[in-house]
Write a protein that binds this ligand. Structure first.
Ligand SMILES: NC(=O)c1ccc[n+]([C@@H]2O[C@H](COP(=O)([O-])OP(=O)(O)OC[C@H]3O[C@@H](n4cnc5c(N)ncnc54)[C@H](OP(=O)(O)O)[C@@H]3O)[C@@H](O)[C@H]2O)c1
Length: 236
């Protein structure tokens, strides 16, 4: 068990890409980290607890929060980063695709956030961050994205609802809405996707990490949808 004053972050989707970058960043900030995904490997760092599981399963959320509290005793930040993206023509989305995207992106947010906020209330404060997509705000004719819009748009609305519900109880809720970031999720499409950004290039994991660290250190900021998207939110 770490000291009571050491802050603790729970990061979902932490095995690779943005989530793996966030684990490193929160450790550098001095947080202990509960890192979770289906395939995440054990860490040599005693301040990183890894938990395997499918975040679409509510029981996984319950295991993550229980194990995190048992090991570190508190939860200060939850980053809802686990997510999947499936592009298809709207009328071609299969039942399985619908279930998969809603399962990870929405169900995967819901139960763990309930449990984390319950704990934050007992501590008198905390912070939840959702990782979303500018496609929820600005549809793009090059990328069919109805399920991304449905789920990430829902997360953005919930981000603001939670910000208001808990504003006077010390819990902040923010989202980081992304353009295309160079991660395993987007590998193979980097050349074609770069041109969809006004700045003419893709984002790096470090761009997302910088935004998370900013939000972490911004106590007057809640209900914010911070766009890290190379200008996509502004237009094209
Ligand atoms: N990269 C982009 O351009 C981009 C753009 C907009 C939004 N985003 C959002 O940013 C977040 C991170 O994306 P990324 O690019 O880092 O993706 P990524 O490289 O594909 O990583 C996704 C992470 O989520 C985990 N994950 C996937 N399905 C899961 C499940 N059922 N249960 C638990 N964990 C699961 C994966 O680990 P396991 O396979 O081990 O489970 C992995 O750690 C996502 O929410 C994504 O929608 C990314």
């Amino acid at each position: 068990m770490s000291t009571q004053t050491q802050k603790v972050a729970v990061i979902t989707g932490a095995s690779q890409g943005i989530g793996a970058g966030l684990v490193v960043a929160y450790r550098k900030l001095g947080y202990a980290v509960v890192a979770t995904s289906r395939s995440i490997a054990a860490s040599q760092d005693p301040e990183i607890l890894t938990i395997q599981g499918d975040i679409a399963d509510r029981a996984t959320a319950e295991r993550i929060i229980a194990a995190g509290l048992e090991r570190f005793g508190r939860i200060d930040t939850l980053v809802n980063n686990a997510g999947i993206f499936i592009s298809n023509a709207f009328t071609d989305f299969s039942r399985n695709e619908y279930d998969a995207v809603l399962g990870v992106n929405l169900t995967g947010f819901f139960r763990i956030t309930q449990l984390a906020i319950q704990q934050m209330l007992t501590q008198g404060g905390g912070h939840v961050i959702q990782i979303t997509s500018t496609l929820a705000d600005r549809a793009n004719s090059h990328v069919n994205s109805a399920l991304a819009a449905l789920t990430k748009g829902g997360l953005q609305s919930a981000t603001r609802a939670l910000a208001i519900e808990y504003a006077t109880r010390g819990i902040r809720s923010n989202a980081i809405a992304l353009g295309t970031i160079k991660t395993p999720m987007t590998e193979g499409y980097w050349d074609v996707l770069a041109g969809l950004h006004p700045v003419g290039r893709l984002g790096e994991v470090s761009d997302v990490v910088d935004a998370a660290i900013y939000l972490e250190n911004a106590p007057f900021v809640t209900g914010e949808i911070l766009h890290v998207d190379g200008g996509q939110i502004a237009g094209h």
